[in-house]
Write a protein that binds this ligand. Structure first.
Ligand SMILES: NC(=O)NCCC(=O)O
Ligand SMILES: [Zn+2]
Ligand SMILES: [Zn+2]
Length: 467
């Protein structure tokens, strides 16, 4: 069936123009200036016509960092692939790249198979996987080559969480050397977890048990030190590096230095670091637990450095690190000991709107919004131009976005499977009106009309963002 989207302002990372978009089945087949003879000729053959007058027509969001059903601290992230991808669709995101996890002592294959089993047949939108490597050894290094061939072309390593996901520098170097040879992208959780664990122990011994101490022990210097070290290891290995969830201004400085040297080092931040701060972590009555994530929220002064870096491309991607735990029953696990609070925040539904608000507030341009949230993550993770843009041949993942549909974010109205919103009460300027995933309408004028299982696994090529 042919679908025609008319009269909207098409916004991609490269252009803004009034254009009509013609879709045939799952793909975009053509764009033409609104009112042109070409565009007019499409109307009679279209089975479905969507009027985008007054709306932006943008590529579906690509969220390159989510954790559906992630096991953490004795519990599981509250969104399943079914609920989480549905919430993503509500928020104008049409592709997620989630993290499959290798357990210590197990193979990558076992971890990846388990994540395929969780996601298969239940997703509302398309999805891919990165692989968390918790146990670097010879067989695992060989498996990395196989996974790249299967479209799982990025590997997350942790300098934090000793005894769980942590890798020491030798293991990190080996994995980076392997990635340099097979085209894989190493993603780094850059925090000095060994030093942090000492500070955690000391804080608890001093009776500092409240959520706000989570932010105090995870010092900005320990983020920037790890970022620096990861960059140097990547230089030695001659491998590209993508640093996830950057929150500290000092870490941004390290990324900027690497960029000035022309290195293939890239940084990601998340809305929580742009819009929330240690003031939220310090909320009374254990409410701060809602804001416990790692890297942690920082004092609000860090935000200016993050916004600036998003403009200069010292930070290239905004993902959510969506990893929701309910306040009641999950965050609760850390009452009396902040180190037991499951780490992570919900946000997969909020990212596109919060970043659009950043456009309204003058932090970034409209095209940069699309670049940070759609095009660059698609390039970074080998999905472009199938995802992340509106062009002939691309998947018809399209959002009709109403820039004037102001609303207040609230857990009362969101669709994520979690009992609070990190952005409760925040007013944002726009929201998706209609969302298409591979040509199928999944959100239509405020209703979910998609289906569990419509979303497919997407095999990715290697990073397309290298300098
Ligand atoms: N970020 C966070 O607090 N939880 C998810 C796991 C991770 O990304 O490190
Ligand atoms: Zn992490
Ligand atoms: Zn994460």
């Amino acid at each position: 069936m042919r679908t025609l989207i008319r009269n909207g302002m098409v916004v991609t990372a490269a252009d803004e123009m009034y254009a009509d978009v013609l879709i045939d089945g799952e793909k975009i087949v053509a764009l033409a200036a609104t009112g042109s003879e070409t565009a007019a000729s499409w109307a009679p053959g279209a089975g479905k016509v969507l009027d985008a007058t007054g709306l932006y027509v943008i590529p579906g969001g690509v969220d390159g960092h989510t954790h559906m059903q992630m096991p953490f601290g004795g519990t599981f992230a509250a969104d399943t692939f079914e609920t989480g991808t549905r919430a993503a669709a509500w928020g104008g995101t049409t592709t997620i790249v989630d993290f499959a996890i290798q357990s210590v002592g197990a193979s990558l294959r076992e971890g990846l198979d388990a994540w395929h089993a969780k996601a298969a047949g239940v997703c509302a939108i398309d999805y891919g996987f990165h692989m968390i490597v918790s146990d670097v050894n010879e067989p695992v290094l060989k498996e990395m080559d196989v996974l790249v061939g299967e479209g799982v072309s990025s590997f997350k390593l942790f300098m934090a969480y000793p005894g769980v996901f942590y890798s020491d520098d030798g293991r990190i170097l080996r994995a980076m050397q392997r990635a340099a040879g097979n085209g894989g992208l190493i993603m780094m959780h850059a925090e000095n977890g060994i030093a942090i664990d000492v500070l955690v122990e000391q804080a608890l011994a001093a009776g500092k048990t409240d959520p706000r101490y989570h932010g105090e022990v995870r010092r900005a210097l320990l983020e920037s030190e790890a970022t620096y070290r990861a960059i140097q290891l990547a230089r030695v290995a001659e491998a590209p590096l993508y640093v996830v969830h950057v929150s500290a201004a000092e870490a941004v400085t390290e990324l900027a230095r690497a960029k000035d040297l022309g290195l293939n080092v890239f940084g990601e931040t998340c809305p929580q670091y742009l819009f929330l701060s240690t003031d939220d972590l310090a909320r009374p009555d254990f409410e701060g637990a809602k804001y416990v994530c790692s890297t942690p929220l920082r004092p609000a002064e860090h935000q200016a450095a993050l916004w600036r870096a998003l403009r200069t491309d010292d930070l290239s991607v905004v993902s959510t690190d969506h990893c929701p735990f309910c306040f009641s029953g999950q965050k609760d696990l850390g009452r009396g000991d902040f180190s037991k609070i499951p780490n992570g925040l919900p946000g997969v539904e909020n990212r596109m709107d919060l970043l659009h608000q950043a456009v309204v507030d003058g932090h970034i341009s409209r095209r940069r919004w699309i670049e940070l949230a759609c095009a660059t993550p698609a390039r970074m993770f080998g999905l472009y131009p199938r995802k992340g843009t509106l062009a002939p041949g691309a998947d018809a993942d399209v959002v009709l976005y109403d820039p004037n549909a102001a609303y207040t974010i609230s857990a009362e109205t969101h669709h994520m499977n979690v009992d609070y919103s990190a952005y409760e009460g925040r007013r944002v300027a726009g929201r998706p009106r209609t969302v298409l995933s591979r040509g199928t309408v999944v959100i239509e004028d405020g209703s979910y009309v998609g289906e569990a299982g419509h979303g497919h696994f997407v095999a990715r090529s290697t990073c397309q963002y290298l300098r």
